[in-house]
Ligand binder design. Structure first.
Ligand SMILES: Cc1cc2nc3c(=O)[nH]c(=O)nc-3n(C[C@H](O)[C@H](O)[C@H](O)COP(=O)(O)OP(=O)(O)OC[C@H]3O[C@@H](n4cnc5c(N)ncnc54)[C@H](O)[C@@H]3O)c2cc1C
Length: 622
């Protein structure tokens, strides 16, 4: 299927379905952090005629945050190494704002989609106990119903699935959970063990969470990460039914009535983009296209999105980007209630400059934000070149920000071999569950991505495309994560490469020497949503809104989703609803794509704090 050119979508002022609460004058915004959340916020603001100026403060000398793609010259061409995100999920509606952003930036022909029928989408493996086991799923070949069932039954005989069949019965016949208990959080392990048993948690679910969060299922929050499944715990028959049907029964029944559980925020983010007739048409086309793909990326890697965003921001006269700029103080001014930021002068670290903003969007780690909130600047090491304003005591905000402080560190090792036939199987890669004991996983491996296979796909015009210009085998080995919590020292480059190669030899029998080996230690890179995360986030949000007069907005991977698509959606929400826009009751009428009919959406005021819809999950036919 061809995806029609999105250049037909004219740039329009963003607010056809939104109107602004109260304030009629123009406004100025500061953004802390130049990762994907901060850059997306700036892009959205740059399109709003009422926004006077946008200033981005980025502490490092590069933009993009964890997004980091490198083109590496090799014999005869180039290969792409990713040190951060590499695959973007095609899920609808979550991915639509990201795809809209990409096409609007002129990247439509640069997109590469992985077909749902390709080995990279169909073949995902778990390493257990000493070999790769394929996860059951659709086959690449045409199968009758009987053949499919027979194959799946055969696949389920493998020891990694021990306890799965009995777990399914446990779930179906087990007692349903009363909806009033869903709000009580628990760990992913507790939820999975209660429904399906401990082997399922240990062998399967722990591996999946190694892949997404490099995290420990004993600590991760089921409410935050498995809300869609937990909401089905009432079963089909409900509480008191003879056989509840469990989560599985509910899911089958919902699938039959074509009902899906979606995040309300994803629809809100889509609404916050200018909803022109062209966008609606584009959305419908892109949705049909996405149905056939599992993930997507860009020809030059995810970093290409950052390059295009930065170019678009640099071309906007109202956007200023400061790199190597780390604000030193942030506070609400006593007299005007705007937010004041002190930042050291770029040329002279002894001097600092104060500036006032109507809104601040913070996308930096909460602990870093807490550090710069001080009642009054008493730091004598800097002399403000302009008058320091009187700022208010930050109240409880720094304390609550400090509670969001746990992220894991991962070592990413990229290897390229010129031999294209090193892998014993085709697929996306494999994950290592925590049931593999330390003696058999001394490197603390989390998983291996067969990057040469996930680097190819089809463009929007259905042509074959690859991120690499030469054949070969490209692998990414991920190590560390929660296993390295509390460590003071990490492997250096040589040790990391040696560990990665030992792992590959043990798991895949690869003994060849790579032509290129590059590693990157990503410290505190993946925030962990631990048990109680949602409650902590709502508490923090409430207090920040109150103490900063709805002018300080919190967004990004520390709060409401770590995927690049989630971060884009948070950036869009932050820079529209977060700074005072709300759904325009006349033109944002409920429909399939605007599923808020059962809520009093006209009253939703989402200014300040973590910008999220009052209802988290909703039923949708999309
Ligand atoms: C190894 C790895 C693999 C991943 N793989 C995937 C994947 O395949 N798919 C996917 O969807 N997602 C993936 N992710 C997650 C995704 O990349 C991140 O969640 C997302 O990029 C975070 O964006 P952000 O803008 O919210 O935060 P960040 O990228 O952390 O950006 C924040 C920015 O703020 C700056 N900053 C920090 N402190 C200050 C300060 N005091 N003042 C000013 N600036 C400051 C930082 O330098 C940074 O540039 C991966 C992440 C990692 C680490």
């Amino acid at each position: 299927m061809r995806l029609q050119c999105a250049s037909a979508i004219r740039q329009r002022p963003l607010v056809s379905r939104l109107n602004r609460i109260g304030q009629s004058r123009n406004y100025r915004v500061a953004i802390l952090g130049g990762g994907i959340t901060g850059l997306t916020s700036a892009w959205q603001l740059s399109r709003d005629p009422r926004c006077e100026s946008v200033t981005i403060f980025e502490k490092s000398n590069r933009l993009g945050g964890w997004i980091d793609s490198e083109r590496v010259p090799v014999n005869g061409g180039e290969v792409l190494f990713e040190y951060g995100p590499r695959t973007l999920r095609s899920a609808v509606p979550t991915s639509l704002p990201l795809l809209y952003l990409a096409t609007n930036l002129g990247l439509k022909d640069e997109l590469i989609f992985t077909s749902k029928k390709s080995p990279a989408a169909l073949n995902r493996f778990i390493y257990y106990p000493d070999r790769l086991v394929k996860m059951p799923g659709p086959s690449q070949h045409q199968e009758s119903f009987i053949e499919k069932i027979t194959r799946i039954i055969e696949e389920l005989q493998d020891p990694v699935f021990e306890g799965l069949v009995s777990g399914i019965f446990k779930d179906i016949f087990g007692p349903p959970r009363h909806p009033s208990e869903w709000a009580k959080d628990e760990s992913v392990t507790e939820f999975v063990e209660r429904r399906w048993g401990s082997s399922v948690a240990e062998n399967l679910v722990s591996a999946v969470y190694h892949g997404i969060y490099a995290g420990d299922i004993d600590q991760l929050s089921a409410q935050m990460l498995m809300g869609e499944l937990r909401n089905n715990e009432g079963g089909v028959a409900g509480v008191g039914g003879f056989v509840s049907g469990g989560v599985l029964g509910s899911m089958v029944s919902r699938a039959m009535s074509k009902l899906k559980t979606r995040k309300m925020d994803d629809f809100m983010a889509l609404q916050a983009l200018a909803t022109t007739p062209e966008l609606i048409e584009h959305q419908a086309r892109i949705t049909r296209f996405l149905k056939e793909s599992s993930t997507f990326s860009f020809k030059r890697g995810v970093g290409q999105l950052v390059e295009a965003l930065v170019a678009s921001l640099e071309a906007s006269p109202k956007v200023k980007i400061y790199k190597n700029a780390e604000p030193t103080t942030l506070g609400r001014t006593l007299l005007s209630s705007s937010i004041s930021i002190e930042c050291t002068s770029l040329n002279d670290s002894k001097n600092s400059i104060w500036a006032n903003y109507d809104h601040v969007i913070s996308t930096i780690p909460p602990v870093s934000l807490a550090k710069i909130m001080r009642p009054i600047t008493t730091d004598k090491t800097r002399t403000p070149v302009n008058e320091a304003p009187k700022i208010q005591n930050p109240g409880h905000t720094p304390y609550l920000l400090g509670k969001h402080n746990y992220a894991v560190t991962a070592m990413v090792v990229n290897l390229y071999y010129s031999n294209p036939n090193l892998l014993p199987v085709q697929g996306f890669g494999y994950l290592i569950p925590r049931s593999i004991p330390w003696t058999q996983n001394p490197e603390c491996g989390l998983g291996v991505i067969f990057a040469s296979q996930s680097s190819t796909g089809r463009t929007a015009d259905n042509a074959e495309a690859s991120q690499d210009t030469v054949p070969g085998t490209k692998l990414t080995v991920m190590m560390g994560g929660h296993y390295w919590d509390g460590r003071q020292e990490y492997p250096d480059h040589d040790t990391a490469v040696r560990m990665a190669r030992t792992m590959l030899q043990r798991h895949l029998n690869i003994t060849a020497t790579p032509a290129v080996a590059k590693s990157r230690l990503q410290k505190n890179a993946i925030p962990q949503y631990t048990v109680g995360h949602l409650d902590r986030m709502y508490d923090l949000s409430k207090v920040v809104r109150h103490e900063f007069d709805n002018r300080l907005v919190l967004a990004g991977n520390w709060y409401n989703g770590v995927g690049v698509g989630d971060c884009v959606n948070q950036g869009i929400m932050a820079s529209t609803f977060g700074i005072g826009y709300r759904l325009n009751a006349k033109s944002a009428k409920p429909s399939r794509w605007r599923p808020w009919e059962s809520y009093d959406y006209k009253g939703w005021d989402l200014r300040g704090g973590v910008v999220t819809a009052p209802a988290r999950l909703i039923d949708s036919k999309i």
